[in-house]
Design a protein around this ligand. Structure first.
Ligand code: MN
Length: 492
């Protein structure tokens, strides 16, 4: 398991000089105790850093400037233990360039009925101070996330953890480099998009290389490197083929691709089956095994989905739940048991497998090359999300659908690819109509560990439109939301 502890969040507690040293000392003591509590709770995936309380405009400015400049700081968490007049915050908040979580909590859970006096109330007045703080964040149109509740409460901490994952996603987004091998699939619209806008909005550096650049790497791979890659396949997967040469060719492709990705500092990549030049096989097993290692991938030139696979894998890096490139493929329309089956012509990530994946070599109807080796498996059951990112021309829109993945009872012996069966919420009819009205792509990211709420937080940090399709979705309400959003985003 990879830890998310490398990402730091600074707890910035606001106060003022009005209350005297003794009160401020207690504020600091409480903040320290809270950080200690968070740090010893495995619910909180990242590191929370205690900072001395800030009392005036200069201290606020200085700590925000320091947070901006600290490479390991992924966000700040503000809390007004006492009252911290908000005009003091304007100068600092004006330069804030990290995500901000505003926790509205209180050190003591209960009012001490017998002993409460004015001193106690002045010390513990976040009900008062956090409202002043919330005003200035709203007034300055800063996308604050607000979480209210007692800091020792499990749900409060889980919600903090969710927001931290979103902030980790924003952090990783802003340093992501995406490798485009060739261009988009001809004539396809939804995988297109404005790469300059994506660079500005998400931080993605999206660079194209010709297939020949990859081919020269593929040709340079040695037999020893292929042997080592084959040994890894043998340790992870079951060989359900006699065509070892075909598998060795995927191993060769994986070694080459991985070297290219590493040397270029790329976190995600795409291929395009229409442009393989002298490559003998479309990367199947190679792409699947690279996804398992955390690389983002999508097919047919889809750089947006490839980037999101990478980001979402990093947001869930400490979870053993699985995240994959996905494509809606075939419906099962049996009344009362409606389902969607997702797959791709090869490239589904084995991190979502419910069983040991099998390596098979089978012909590919499209692509005009040798039969590629690929992994096939049944996928896990349980709740998951599907995420699609599209370019609406004047903005990016993220669409998330809650789904329940189903146990696969049938073996589908003639199906040559990995597949996932799911029941989308609220039902197949509504979710499909909603997804289509919203313009959601056929490509998506499937994640078992992340939730719609986490992706909503990510979208808000990145300042893009967010559409959620879940158990409460009503089609006409959703259509109205899409219409209203069109106007809202034109005004932004
Ligand atoms: Mn596709």
């Amino acid at each position: 398991m990879n830890s998310l502890k490398q990402y730091q969040f600074w707890l910035v507690v606001g106060s003022q000089d009005l209350y005297g040293e003794e009160t401020l000392r207690q504020v600091d003591e409480h903040a320290r105790a809270m950080v200690k509590g968070f740090e010893s709770d495995s619910t909180i995936p990242c590191t929370i850093v205690y900072k001395p309380c800030v009392r005036n405009s200069n201290e606020i400015y200085n700590i925000i400037q320091a947070a901006n400049n600290d490479a390991s700081c992924a966000g700040i968490i503000t809390w007004m233990h006492t009252f911290s007049p908000s005009k003091m915050w304007i100068r600092g908040l004006n330069i804030l360039n990290k995500p901000i979580l505003h926790i509205n909590t209180q050190f003591n859970r209960d009012i001490p009925w017998d002993s409460i006096d004015m001193d106690f109330m002045n010390l513990n007045q976040s009900a008062h101070g956090d409202r002043e703080h919330g005003f200035i964040l709203s007034r300055m149109r800063i996308n604050q996330k607000v979480i209210a509740g007692h800091w020792e409460d499990k749900r409060f901490r889980e919600r903090m953890a969710d927001w931290m994952r979103a902030a980790v996603g924003a952090y990783e987004s802003r340093r992501l480099r995406v490798l485009r091998i060739s261009d988009n699939m001809r004539e396809v619209a939804v995988t297109e998009g404005d790469k300059v806008e994506a660079h500005i909005k998400f931080g993605w550096q999206i660079d194209h290389y010709g297939v020949e650049d990859i081919i020269s790497e593929v040709e340079a791979v040695t037999e020893a490197e292929i042997d080592a890659q084959m040994a890894e396949y043998e340790s992870l997967y079951e060989f359900a083929t006699d065509d070892i040469e075909a598998v060795r060719y995927q191993a060769r492709e994986e070694v080459a691709l991985k070297r290219f990705l590493k040397e270029g500092g790329f976190g995600a990549f795409h291929t395009n089956f229409q442009d393989l030049q002298q490559l003998k096989q479309l990367p199947g097993l190679a792409a699947q095994n690279l996804m398992r290692q955390g690389y983002g991938f999508a097919a047919e030139g889809d750089w947006k989905t490839a980037a999101m696979v990478r980001i979402m894998k990093l947001m869930a890096a400490d979870m053993s739940t699985g995240t994959s490139f996905m494509e809606d493929y075939t419906y099962h329309m049996e009344p009362g048991n409606e389902m969607n089956m997702g797959a791709h012509m090869l490239e589904i990530c084995p991190s979502i497998a419910s069983e040991r994946a099998k390596i098979k070599v089978m012909p590919l109807g499209i692509g005009d090359r040798e039969p590629p080796a690929r992994l096939t498996f049944k996928a896990k059951d349980g709740p998951a999300i599907l995420v699609s990112l599209i370019d609406m021309g004047d903005r990016f829109r993220m669409i998330v659908n809650d789904i329940i993945c189903q146990e696969q009872r049938f073996d589908m012996p003639k199906l040559p690819v990995a597949a996932v069966l799911w029941k989308p919420l609220p039902d197949l009819e509504t979710s499909s109509e909603a997804w289509i009205y919203a313009g959601g792509a056929h490509h998506s990211v499937l994640s078992y560990g992340l939730t719609a709420e986490i992706m909503r937080d990510w979208a808000e940090i990145m300042d893009i439109e967010f559409i959620h399709i879940g158990e409460h979705t009503k089609i006409n309400d959703l259509r109205r939301e899409l219409n209203y959003n069109d106007i809202i985003w034109k005004l932004k």
